[in-house]
Design a protein around this ligand. Sequence first.
Ligand code: NAG
Ligand code: NAG
Ligand code: NAG
Ligand code: NAG
Ligand code: NAG
Ligand code: ZN
Length: 359
Amino acid sequence: MPAGGACGTQANNAVCAAGLCCSDSGVCGTGGAFCTAPACQISAGPACDGNQTPKGADTSKVPRPLFGSIPYGVDISHCTVNGKVALTFDDGPYLYTAALLDILRSNNVTATFFVVGNNGAKGMINDPATGYPAVLQRMVADGHQIGSHTWSHQDLSALTSQQRHDQIVKNEIAIADVIGVIPTYLRPPYTRWNQDALNDLKALGYHVLNYDIDTRDWQGNYTVAESIYSSILSQHSPTSSAWISLEHDIYNTTVHVFAQYIIDQARKLGYQLVTVGECLADPVSNWYRNVTTGQPASPVVGAAVANAGGGQTTSASVTTSHTTTRSKTTTTIGSFPSAIAQQNQTVYSCLHKVARLYY
Ligand SMILES: *[C@@H]1O[C@H](CO)[C@@H](O)[C@H](O)[C@H]1NC(C)=O
Ligand SMILES: *[C@@H]1O[C@H](CO)[C@@H](O)[C@H](O)[C@H]1NC(C)=O
Ligand SMILES: *[C@@H]1O[C@H](CO)[C@@H](O)[C@H](O)[C@H]1NC(C)=O
Ligand SMILES: *[C@@H]1O[C@H](CO)[C@@H](O)[C@H](O)[C@H]1NC(C)=O
Ligand SMILES: *[C@@H]1O[C@H](CO)[C@@H](O)[C@H](O)[C@H]1NC(C)=O
Ligand SMILES: [Zn+2]
C-alpha cells in the first residue's frame, strides 16, 4: 500500500510499501506518528521502528546451554529468598533512567532493568547519539541487573515464531554491543505469552520473569500504586515472604517520587532490596551469557566496548540528546535530566500517549 493507504489488522493485513510504516490505526506513512514502537504494526509496516535492525554482531548462532538451577521457559512470578524485594523497572532506558540510577545509588539499592531496544521513539539503545549505551553501562557498573524486555515491546503471543525470534535476537545484538554479553532473563511485554512463546524463550535460553506485585504505576495514580505496594508488603512478613515488584522507569513520577517511596517502605517493613537474580539465589555469573561460548559470563564495563559512549558514571555528566523524527525535520529535545523542562512539549506529550500503550 502507498502512503495514506489502509494497512494492518484494519485492512485484511495489507502491507505498506517498502520504507513505510503502518500506524496503530492502520494507515501507511512515515515519521514518528506512524513508525514509533510499540504501536506501529510490524507485520504490515516494513519501516516500523520494531523492524529496524541494530548494528552489532548477530547473536542468533550463540549456543544456549541451560546452566544454573533456575528453570527456563516457564513463568517465574515469585522470589525464593525470604526477606527480599526485587524492584524491577520495565520499558526503559528512557529520559528519566539516569536520574533513577542516581536515586538508587544514593540509597545503596540495586534493582533489575528489563530494557526495550527501540521504543517510544527513543532511538536504538546501542546508538551512542541517544546516550543510552552509557546508561546501560552505568547500570552494570552500579551493580544492577539487566534483563531483556524485547526489541520493540510487541505482544509475543501475537507474533509468529520468526517474529518472536527477531524481537528477542535484535535486543540481544544491541545489548551485547554495549555490555558484551546477552542476558538470560527476559520479561515478555504486557506479561503476555502462549506455550509457543515459552518454547521459543526456552530454546533461546531465557528465564521468563513475571512479578507478584503490580504497582500499576503506569496508570498514573500513585496513591493507588503506593497502597498496592504497601498493603502487600505489610500483610506479610519478611521472615516468610519475598517479592518481585513491577514498575516503569519511563514515567517521571515513578522515578522522582515513587522510587524513594518503595525503597523506604520495603526497608521500614524489614525487607532488603536486591536484584531478581539475588532474590532467586541465582549466582551473578548466570545472569548473562558469553556471545561466543554461550556459557555464564560477566558484562564488560567501560571502554572495552566501543559504543559505551564515553563511560560516564554519573548522570550529571551524561549530556544526551533525545531525537525523534516525528515531524519532517529531526527535533532535538534536550539533554536529560537537567534539560527535561526544555523539551518540546508537543513531542513530549505525544511520546507519553505512545508510552501509555505499553506496560
Ligand atoms: C550497601 O548495600 C550492601 C548490600 O546490601 C551492603 O553490604 C553495604 O553494607 C551497604 N552499604 C551501606 C553504606 O549501607
Ligand atoms: C486515585 O485513586 C483513588 C482511589 O480510587 C481516587 O480516590 C483518587 O481520586 C484517584 N486520584 C486521581 C488523581 O485520580
Ligand atoms: C519530574 O518530576 C520532578 C519532581 O516531581 C519535577 O521537578 C520535574 O519537573 C518533572 N519533570 C517533568 C519533565 O515532568
Ligand atoms: C567469551 O568467551 C571467549 C572465549 O572463551 C573469551 O575470549 C571472551 O573473553 C569471553 N567474553 C566475556 C565477556 O566473558
Ligand atoms: C515543538 O514542535 C512543534 C511540532 O513539531 C512545533 O510546531 C513547535 O514550534 C515546537 N516548539 C518548540 C519550542 O520547539
Ligand atoms: Zn513493558
